[in-house]
Design a binder for this molecule. Structure first.
Ligand code: NAD
Length: 349
């Protein structure tokens, strides 16, 4: 049993991680989350009463509160997921991304370092969760791997790249026992409805136009969130300190094909009352500025070294995801509120 300090545990991936750690392991979890628009305790309702789970609403940039949390909880492991995570929002205004993703990561690294200086703990590990977007954009060939050079293009990806560099610097300079993961696009239950898959679902179910950037030619490599959570568990338990692991689901799909796929599943399980197909709602909109063309991850290293392989195919994962959203209208209402219009940000705001 380990004591795990999770940051951002009320977000999409963080809540999947916390639910997994509480439901399927005997670890104790201390969740620090600011509860921004993207963080919701409703995503943790299943585990909130568990005696191995505790929660502190706090900003990771708040040095004093974070240091006190380390002293009180005495973590063996830190799993750092708190971030501003939406590219469109970063185009609209980068300030929160610089604060949380860069300054917040720095504060956590320093809190970990001063905690370890006072309390020696040979088991201590700091896992920084990052994105494949730090590597920039691929052409039609090739894949991102642990050795790919950084080339971030958006305010979001450059803030995550900065945080990755800080984490590596704290390893090399101060010997902080760190690990980094860079993963591809996650999908699954409890994702805030501003990212592609839940937006398509929400728009379709409300019979509203489904917005697709440009011609929908961009390619993403989709990873089911619970597969990602198992990868994070493997990395923090067995990963080599100082290492980076790239994690992907081997599911390269063009955005337009993904949207068609969702429409086809909805046609089968919840046909439109007017007899039309959902794909008739698709509307192409002005492309996101600096929109990376293609992401694809070579996950062979984590497979070889740690034995991690994704359990879900895209077919099974997307069906689970769609069913979850259809059955959890109350969660959607709770996290969005009644006036929510699924806005698009960036240049279209
Ligand atoms: P999310 O936006 O759903 O959740 C982020 C969480 O962080 C929220 O609960 C929010 O309240 C919290 N938070 C934000 N600022 C904070 C602050 N200053 N202090 C404390 N808490 C704060 O994000 P997600 O999709 O769950 O992503 C989690 C991590 O994984 C992020 O670091 C992200 O960069 C990375 N990542 C996500 C994806 C993806 O597809 N979602 C892909 C690759 C990497």
């Amino acid at each position: 049993m380990n004591r795990i300090l999770v940051t951002g545990g009320a977000g999409f991936i963080g809540s999947a991680l916390v639910r997994h750690l509480i439901n399927n392991t005997d670890h104790a979890v201390f969740n620090i989350d600011k509860l921004t628009y993207a963080g919701h305790l409703a995503s943790l309702a299943d585990v909130s009463e568990n005696e191995r789970y505790s929660f502190l609403r706090a900003d990771i940039c708040d040095e004093k509160t974070v240091s006190e949390a380390f002293e009180t909880f005495k973590p063996d492991w830190v799993m750092h997921l708190a971030a501003e995570s939406h590219v469109d929002r970063s185009i609209d205004g980068a300030s929160d991304f610089i604060q949380t993703n860069i300054v917040g990561t720095y504060k956590l690294l320093e809190a970990s370092r001063s905690y370890l200086n006072k309390h020696s703990n040979p088991d201590f590990r700091f896992l920084h969760i990052s994105t494949d977007e730090v590597f920039g954009s691929l052409g039609e060939e090739g894949m991102f791997s642990e050795t790919t050079a950084y080339d971030p293009r958006s305010p979001y990806s450059s803030s995550k790249a900065s945080s990755d560099h800080l984490v590596r610097a704290w390893y090399h300079t101060y010997g902080l026992p760190v690990l980094i993961t860079n993963c591809s696009n996650n999908y699954g239950p409890y994702q805030y409805p501003e990212k592609l898959i839940p937006v398509v679902l929400m728009k379709a179910l409300r019979q509203e136009p489904i917005p697709v950037y440009g011609k929908g030619e961009n390619i993403r490599d989709w990873l089911f969130v619970d597969d990602h959570v198992r990868a994070l568990e493997q990395v923090i338990e067995n990963g080599r300190l100082g290492e980076t692991y790239t994690v992907g689901g081997h599911n390269e799909i063009k955005n337009i094909d993904l949207v068609h796929h969702i429409c086809t599943i909805l046609d089968e399980i919840r046909p439109r009352s007017n007899g039309q197909f959902y794909k008739e709602l698709i509307t192409f909109v002005q492309d996101r500025p600096g929109h990376d063309l293609r992401y694809a991850i070579d996950a062979s290293n984590i497979k070889k070294e740690l034995g991690w392989v994704p359990e879900e195919t895209f077919e099974t994962g997307i069906k689970k995801t769609i069913s979850w959203y259809l059955e959890n209208e109350q969660w959607i209402q709770e996290v969005t509120g009644s006036a929510f219009k699924f806005p698009r940000l960036g240049l279209d705001s």
